[in-house]
Design a protein around this ligand. Structure first.
Ligand SMILES: Cc1ncc(C[n+]2csc(CCOP(=O)(O)OP(=O)(O)O)c2C)c(N)n1
Ligand code: SF4
Ligand code: SF4
Length: 1314
């Protein structure tokens, strides 16, 4: 498997600066003491003496010579003294605002030479920073530029990490969740070999009934048995400090460390921290102990000059003993952690302990907790103790190796009741891991010393997938301990009305009482995904933290839509240190950046009475606003009496050339109204940060943002809230138009689950409304009605030629053709105008193009695609109600799906899209392919979807865009994981095929046995048995059979039981290029080679779009992507050529936006082909940075095809090669434009051109040459010449299955060769 390197990772870039060698030590070397005295010498007598390490023959192991660097080839792990007399003292303090990822990455980069990375949210940023710093040539403390290599998966990253460690490198990596799980086998290897290493983990939920990117400890708890020490950070500051502790401790202990902190809550929280400089770190690592440790690690490495063997196979005679031989290293690790913490304390002044108590000295109740939640408990402890209680919190940092004595020492003797809170769930266990550990510790202590008072201990769960954990929840846990019989195995923070395990709300800390330090200012900003609000707030908090003496904190919450979703920024700043690992509960300042949110969401629920409220609205006076706002909101405003400001930020943004990006305008207003900085200074700082942030996008973008800042404040108006608003009647308001879904089976889910979740009220839902397996009914996006477009297309009937192309290209299924008989139009709305329908079979019908303004995202692709100028974008407000009524009417018209061949561009659009209104970005290039797929085969689709954008826009609960046709048939969709999708899809196909074969046998046996059924049923069964593999016949007969079987089910019970398998499904394996080219390639390759009848659709955005645009092996040479900050140096992998090399795989390379007909043809051929089919789909994405935005995807795709950058071809193995028929057909024969045009059109290519023009020039030239060479090869293949290397074979290789539809010309396209 090819591995990829960034420019910065080349060995040549490891600068001339040195790594530490014995002769270069700056400090004197300390002596070493004999092994058996190690622990005692290092700690007080209370610490037991560790046994002398022995080898598998029971012989005492030698230690490296005292006081000197071990000889090369000393393969024993490092066993140093615990203390080192060479103290390094504190340096001047430096403060900086940063998030937990950056705080960690700074240390990891400083002390590591090598990393192997792979993106996974929320840890990706650490890898991205390492890549960026490496590409900028940043030196670590050893004077080296870190080598950063992106791997094909975390399996690969862990394997490579293991290898680098075995070669003696100081190596690290970053991951979480599914990624961490993939590392498990190598984690055992690394710890088994007692290798120093640190893995930094943003602890995250695991994909179970659903995937979740949010934080909890399920992933780290799943590796607690791998032999890695586990050190937990509780805050952003700790992430910085513990990262260093972990790196120091691993060198000391020769045990690898997982350093973890809460995903999102800590990894993405920006807080003001005191940083540790590289000089300080360097001074620490220059201590002889570490110099020795590093040298020792290197001398143990694999090296042919002093070889040894590792990783052997052992039998039952020795494996066990060898495993036990590692015990001394784990026995000592705790003390090494303590020593490392002391060293860090000496240079930072921040003292940490593995188990640290906070609270009343004489506490009677104590909560034990790990991670960011401990800060909420600290606030609760302060609050309760200030109110006469005696409570405390014991914060666990070191989870493995566990040190019972130290834990007991930290727990106050007065504590009678202990509550252990775990941020994980282990279904079926008697308790979660931290609870079990604590319970065992207490129990054993009591057994050992019967005089000890018995402690009551209970365990509970909190905060799964970043569920809010507030001080009031901690208080509820303390209150539980006061109950006569405290609840055990409880949950807190949710309402469990099924098994009744959740704690009731706290009585002692009522809602609305803040536990924050006095003077803390809290702000909320409601923005829309990709409108820049989050980015602007990140800058704002950095400006405040860096230019005032205040502490600052920022956290951002998002909904699941890729774009156009809701973002809420939670900012706090104030004179005291801010802990508060939870969302803002009572804002002093609220900005609502989109007026529609006021009606849709309860934006005012977390505002302090009398606070500042700023609304971006078109209605900038109280009268017009009054007409717009729902009564409920007006009443809320009247009650809160905020200082209300209005601004038409959209108008300011438009006037300054920023389009719909209102972020800078709203930021400027914030600085103006909050008064956090003098306004002149704030403006200067804002402009400076804009210049830095938008530098990559070019000077024009910078200038426009500067202009927006200048224009903002003068557009702000303060308004008085009319007293009359307080008197209004508040009828229940729902922002969404009534649900248009008739099916009662969906209604319950829609009403009880989907509606509240969409209104961002999901946190309040009780357990009982959920189906435990996490299944979602079809078609739930129909109720979303987001109305996020600023303008929508309106049909100009007079220009329309009825090509249906607007509908074809719409990524959101929001514009469709309607056909109606004149008689059906009697009750049509007045503006529902139509024209005579054109084309065969259309006579007498009326035609119209109708948009759904609530579902349109305003991407403008349709207006660009229309060849006849028959669509015009209109401001949404002017047409919303009218066109919504028209859309509703259009959906009541009968479908006329049989009028045209669905396998044509126009005919496909008369089929209902069974994937509609997804959460994809506006103009997304992936969705049109899947939408078309559902129009061609939607009623029989089985989709296995790899994790990626397509699984997020296609399956983020409660939004299921996959819907059903009038008969209730539609795509059945499932996501297993990222890496296993090909195999998952193969399994689905095999399972379904197996069941159908068995059914076929039963039908044949029933027919042969003369079973007593009606002639009609017998005839239909016989017909089905003859054609069961031909979808177009079998599925029609299956429908006929339905009522017949229903009537006569008792006669053929075994056939009736499987009647839903009478329909022949079409299995599609769908995923992005990251899946297909990288992490899932092994499985994909296996499926390609399987000969089974499955179809694979690769939505190739040429980057990992879902995680923010990291490079994959599909990324073209020279493009700048994340993890390829210096531009990709290697060419794109030719997946099509690999697939074609099997000879029996149907392969097509398509571009929907560039050639509509070819994609329909390829999809149809692929589905008909009875073996494996692979469709490579060019998918423009926001990550490409197209000039003109996503609506220019049509132009970009044409440029890509016409320049040869993206060839269009179809390779059909069912065609027998002869002089005139060739399997390989090049559909883009003529190159009509230069590659340069495309390169200039997209920022991904231009970044490098701006940053390093010479490098870009060379890479662009190489790319151009490669494109032309490939085109020449394809031309010769299309002429039947397969002789060049890498070409598809022309020999006959037959797939396993037989042609689906021999009677219709079949997979050969009618030439008789199938
Ligand atoms: C084992 C594992 N590693 C990493 C991830 C994080 N992850 C989810 S989607 C994704 C990228 C998907 O990229 P691609 O396949 O190109 O699809 P796209 O998002 O571009 O559609 C990554 C890295 C994961 N879910 N599982
Ligand atoms: S503007 Fe975009 S989303 Fe709206 S109808 Fe046109 S193509 Fe569809
Ligand atoms: S593929 Fe690109 S455009 Fe589509 S949803 Fe993902 S990030 Fe957005």
């Amino acid at each position: 498997m090819e591995s990829q390197r960034t420019i910065g990772s080349r060995a040549s870039r490891v600068t001339g600066a040195r790594s530490i060698r014995p002769g270069q030590l700056l400090l004197s070397q300390c002596g070493r003491i004999a092994n058996k005295n190690l622990v005692a010498a290092a700690t007080s007598e209370t610490v037991p003496v560790a046994p002398t390490p022995t080898n598998y023959k029971g012989v005492s192991l030698p230690t490296p010579p005292s006081g000197s660097v071990p000889a090369a080839g000393n393969i024993l792990p490092f066993t140093p003294s615990l203390k080192d007399s060479n103290a390094v003292t504190a340096k001047a303090k430096q403060q900086a605002p940063m998030d937990g990822n950056e705080a960690t990455a700074q240390i990891a980069y400083a002390v590591s030479d090598v990393t192997f990375i792979y993106p996974i949210t929320p840890s990706t940023t650490m890898g991205e920073l390492a890549d960026q710093w490496s590409s900028e040539g940043r030196l670590n403390v050893f004077g080296n530029v870190m080598s950063v290599t992106e791997m094909e998966s975390e399996t690969g990253a862990a394997g490579a990490l293991h290898g680098a460690l075995a070669a003696g490198s100081l190596a690290t990596s970053f991951t979480c969740s599914q990624g961490l799980l993939l590392m498990v086998p190598n984690m055992y290897k690394i710890s088994g070999e007692l290798t120093p290493c640190v893995l930094h983990v943003t602890a995250r939920a695991i994909a179970k009934h659903a995937l979740s990117i949010f934080g909890d400890h399920q992933d780290v708890m799943a590796v607690r048995q791998t032999g890695w020490a586990m050190l937990c950070s509780h805050s952003v500051q700790e992430a910085h400090d513990m990262a260093l502790v972990a790196h120091l401790a691993t060198l000391r202990a020769s045990v690898p460390f997982v350093h973890f902190f809460d995903g999102f809550r800590t990894s993405h929280e920006i807080n003001t921290i005191e940083t540790i400089s590289n000089e300080t770190v360097k001074a620490l690592l220059n201590k002889p102990l570490y110099v020795d440790a590093i040298q020792h690690h290197r001398s143990r490495a694999l090296n042919p000059t002093h070889p040894h063997q590792r990783g052997t196979a052992q039998g039952s005679d020795v494996y066990f003993q060898c495993a036990e031989a590692a015990n001394p290293f784990y026995d000592r690790a705790f003390d090494h952690v303590v020593a490392a913490m002391e060293e860090v304390a000496a240079v930072t002044g921040r003292k940490y302990k593995p188990y640290e108590y906070y609270g009343a000295e004489d506490a009677d109740k104590v909560i034990v907790i790990m991670g960011s939640g401990s800060q909420a408990v600290e606030e609760a402890v302060d609050y309760l103790n200030a109110n006469g209680h005696r409570v405390g919190v014991l914060k666990v940092r070191l989870f493995r190796p566990w040190k019972a004595e130290a834990f007991l020492e930290a727990l106050p003797a007065s504590a009678r009741k202990v509550c252990v809170l775990d941020r994980t769930k282990e279904s079926g266990s008697y308790g979660e891991p931290l609870y079990l550990q604590v319970a065992t510790t207490l129990h054993e202590a009591e057994l050992e010393d019967p005089s000890l008072t018995r402690r009551y201990v209970v365990g509970g769960r909190f905060g799964l997938a970043s569920k809010e954990f507030l001080p009031s929840h901690a208080v509820a846990a303390f209150e539980n301990l006061d109950a006569e019989k405290p609840m055990r195995d409880f949950s807190v923070g949710i309402v469990d009305d099924v098994t009744h395990r959740s704690l009731p709300a706290s009585k002692l800390l009522p809602v609305g009482v803040s536990t924050l330090p006095t003077g803390t200012f809290e702000c909320l900003f409601w923005g829309m995904g990709s409108d820049g609000t989050v980015g602007a707030n990140k800058e704002a908090i950095k400006i405040i933290a860096s230019n005032t003496s205040m502490s600052a904190q920022a956290y951002f919450s998002y909904d699941a839509h890729k774009s156009g979703g809701v973002t809420v920024s939670h900012l706090r700043f104030g004179p005291s240190k801010i802990r508060a690992p939870y969302l803002v509960q009572q804002a002093d300042y609220l900005a609502v950046n989109h007026q529609s949110y006021l009606a849709k969401y309860d934006t005012l629920s977390a505002v302090k009475p009398g606070g500042v409220v700023v609304i971006n609205t078109r209605f900038t006076n109280v009268e017009s606003l009054s007409n717009y706002l729902p009564a409920k909101v007006k009443k809320q405003l009247a009650a809160l009496k905020p200082q209300l400001y209005l601004i038409d930020a959209l108008a300011v943004a438009k006037a300054t050339g920023l389009g719909k990006h209102v972020n800078m305008v709203m930021q400027t207003v914030f600085f103006n109204l909050s008064g956090v900085l003098p306004m002149e200074r704030a403006i200067a700082l804002l402009k400076k940060s804009i210049s830095k942030a938008y530098e990559r996008k070019g000077p024009e973008v910078v200038a426009k943002n500067h202009a927006a800042v200048d224009a903002a404040v003068s557009s702000l108006c303060k308004v008085e809230i009319p007293a009359s608003w307080g008197e209004l009647e508040t009828a229940a308001v729902h922002p969404n138009p009534p649900s248009k879904v008739a099916s009662s089976s969906r209604l319950e889910f829609l009403e009880k689950v989907a509606q509240p979740m969409l209104a961002l009220e999901g946190d309040k839902l009780p357990v009982s409304v959920f189906s435990p397996e996490g299944f979602v009914p079809p078609g739930t996006t129909v109720i979303e009605k987001r109305a996020i477009a600023s303008s929508v297309p309106i049909w100009k009937a007079e220009n329309c030629t009825q090509c249906n192309i607007c509908s074809f290209v719409c990524p959101h299924a929001a514009i469709r053709p309607s056909l109606a008989a004149p008689s059906e139009l009697g009750s049509a709305p007045a503006t529902f105008n139509t024209i005579d329908a054109k084309g065969p079979g259309m006579k007498g019908l009326k035609y119209r193009i109708q948009v759904s303004p609530y579902d349109c995202t305003g991407c403008d692709l349709c207006t660009h695609a229309c060849p006849d100028n028959a669509l015009a974008a209109q401001p949404i407000n002017s047409v919303l109600e009218e066109q919504s009524i028209n859309w509703d009417y259009a959906t009541t018209l009968p479908g006329r799906t049989a009028l045209m061949d669905p396998a044509s561009v126009k005919g496909s659009q008369l089929q209902p899209p069974l994937m509609e209104f997804s959460g994809a970005c506006e103009g997304c290039g992936e969705t049109p392919y899947v939408k078309l797929l559902t129009q061609l085969f939607g009623d029989r689709l089985l989709i296995a979807n790899a994790t990626g954008c397509s699984s997020i826009w296609g399956g983020s609960a409660p939004s299921n865009p996959y819907t059903t046709n009038a008969e209730g048939f539609g795509p059945a969709w499932a996501n297993s994981l990222f890496e296993d999708n090909a195999q998952f899809g193969l399994g689905i196909a095999t399972g379904a095929a197996q069941r159908r074969e068995a059914l076929h046998r039963r039908v044949q046996e029933a027919l042969a046995s003369g079973v007593s059924v009606s002639a009609g049923l017998r005839e239909a069964l016989a017909r089905w048995a003859d054609h069961y593999q031909e979808a177009e016949v079998a599925n029609v007969v299956a429908k006929e059979l339905q009522p017949l079987l229903e009537r006569e089910k008792d006669a053929v019970p075994s056939i009736y039981a499987e009647h839903d398998m009478l329909h022949k499904p079409s299995t599609w394996i769908v995923g992005g290029d990251g899946w297909a080219y990288d992490i899932g390639f092994g499985g994909l390759d296996h499926v390609l080679a399987s000969g089974e009848n499955v179809n694979i659709m690769v939505l190739d955005t040429e980057v990992y779009s879902n995680t923010g645009g990291q490079r994959s092996k599909a990324t073209p040479m020279s493009a700048v992507a994340k993890f390829a900050a210096g531009g990709k140096e290697r060419p794109k992998k030719d997946l099509g050529a690999i697939a074609m090399s099997y000879g029996d795989v149907y392969v097509a390379s398509v571009s929907l936006h560039a050639n509509y007909g070819q994609v329909v043809k390829a999809m149809t051929e692929a589905e008909r082909y009875p073996g494996v089919s692979l469709l490579l789909c060019y998918s423009p994405c926001i990550m490409h940075g197209m000039t003109g935005g996503m609506c220019s995807s049509l132009d970009a795709s044409k440029m890509a095809v016409e320049s040869g950058y993206w060839p269009l071809y179809r390779y059909n193995p069912s065609i027998n090669e002869d002089a005139t028929h060739h399997r390989f057909q090049l559909d883009s024969k003529k190159l009509k434009s230069e590659l340069e045009q495309l390169l200039k059109h997209e920022n991904r290519f231009q970044i490098l051109a701006r940053k390093a023009p010479e490098v870009a020039g060379k890479l662009h030239q190489d790319l151009d040459e490669a494109v032309h060479a490939r085109h020449d090869r394809y031309k010769s293949m299309a002429a039947g010449d397969y002789s060049a290397p890498g070409h598809a074979p022309s020999r006959d290789v037959s797939p396993k299955a037989s042609c689906d539809e021999p009677k219709k010309g079949g997979c050969c396209g009618g030439n008789g060769n199938c």
